[in-house]
Design a protein around this ligand. Structure first.
Ligand code: PLP
Length: 386
């Protein structure tokens, strides 16, 4: 990589869509002036669903209003409700627990793998009871969950497999795209995701056509899309915005190039950080199967000091999930009192994420890596001086 200038580097880039401003304005104009006057679930949404379905070779893709609502729709379509349990990771984003609680079921928290930070299949199996209806593993930051083992576990125990692939669009494991490992998977299009957009949105991906039909109904008040005001099921409002669909159709062309640039940056980081384990900094592996490149996360023993060091050198960072899910006030009442999830707790204490977006230039990427390595060097020197 060649070195260019470095300024202060934000974690959340403020200019994610600057290059696409004209396309966004055109999508607003085209939608607003079309005779159909459809602002949700119109022909652009349908074209986007088809384009994503063709890219994935999935049997159906159903666009909805967010990644969270995609999970909710799947759980509702599976008729998971009161008395049921869903096994979810103890470390991850709030929707893993809130969507389960929202449908009246109980989230059962399983510990995560200490390096991958994804749900540990052995811990998940130990959490299965006679009430368990589904497993809901999530891909985390830049590593996919061990989906072959979850598929096997779901099949052996007769459980549904919901794949929270909200952040993993573009990742593959064993040649199979993220989102296609579960009975159903999801993508989120919230702005920072790999196919993010300036608004809320998401999709359900499934090879189960019956499930897809139910999800389609549930996203629009239980209607079947043919007969208006005929409500087959108790649904909700979880529909996709036509302006955003037009914008995403335009953005789809550049997605592979943006994913490739994310992978390049992520590989560079991992190559530079591989030797830092001695200094208490653990990085995701270099390349390999089952990687996705949403967020680049290190585990650092002296996380807060590293964060301050990076900030002092103009690098903004982010701590995703400073608490485990069962330690959140909202979810603690749903967890067994006094229980512990040691790997999740350690991840919450140590995780720190570095900037990773396609338009970071090489000089910025080098500066970030140099700054992390300099911190590790000073830690090494302090240790040997002692
Ligand atoms: C793993 C995971 N699941 C679910 C979601 C929810 O997606 P959304 O923010 O689109 O509701 C997110 C994103 O924030 C996520 O990272």
């Amino acid at each position: 990589m060649s070195t260019t200038t470095t300024r202060s580097i934000p974690f959340f880039a403020p200019d994610l869509f600057d290059a696409d401003r004209d396309a966004l304005l055109e999508a607003v104009h085209a939608t607003g002036t079309a005779t159909a006057q459809k602002f949700i679930l119109g022909e652009r949404t349908e074209r986007l669903e088809h384009a994503l379905r063709d890219r994935l070779a999935a049997s159906d893709v159903v666009a909805c209003s967010s990644g969270t609502s995609a999970l909710t729709l799947i759980l509702a379509a599976m008729e998971i409700g009161p008395g049921d349990e869903v096994v979810v990771p103890a470390f991850g984003c709030a929707p893993l627990a809130s969507t389960v609680i929202g449908c009246g079921a109980r989230p059962v928290f399983a510990d995560v793998d200490p390096a991958a930070l994804t749900m540990d299949p052995d811990a998940a199996e130990a959490a299965v009871t006679a009430n368990t209806r589904a497993l809901m593993p999530a891909h985390v930051f830049s590593v996919m969950a061990d989906m072959p083992r979850f598929r096997d576990l779901a099949t052996r125990r007769g459980l549904r497999l919901v794949e929270d692939s909200a952040l993993a669009q573009g990742g593959t494991l064993g040649g199979r795209p993220a989102g296609l490992w579960g009975d159903a998977g999801v993508y989120s299009f919230v702005q920072v995701k790999t196919f993010g957009m300036p608004g809320e949105g998401g999709v359900v991906i499934t090879g189960d056509t019956e499930l897809a039909t139910r999800v389609r109904m549930l996203r629009n008040h239980g209607q079947d899309g043919v007969h208006r005001f005929l409500h087959h099921r108790v649904g909700s409002t979880s529909r996709f915005d036509e302006v955003m669909a037009g914008f995403q159709l335009y953005r789809l062309d550049g997605l592979d190039a943006r994913l490739a640039r994310r992978a390049e940056i992520s590989t560079y980081y991992s190559t530079r950080f591989a030797p830092l384990a001695e200094a208490g900094i653990t990085a995701p592996p270099v390349g390999g199967d089952g990687r996705c490149h949403y967020v680049y996360t290190l585990l650092a023993e002296r996380r807060d000091e590293l964060r301050a060091h990076l900030a002092a050198h103009g690098v903004d960072t982010h701590v995703y999930y400073p608490r485990t899910l069962p330690a959140q006030p909202a979810f603690a009442p749903h967890a067994p009192p006094g229980a512990h999830w040691p790997n999740a707790e350690s991840a919450a204490r140590r995780n720190i994420s570095l900037p990773l977006y396609p338009h970071l230039d090489d000089g910025q990427v080098e500066h970030i890596a140099d700054t992390v390595c300099a911190f590790a060097d000073s830690a090494d020197r302090r240790r040997t001086d002692r």
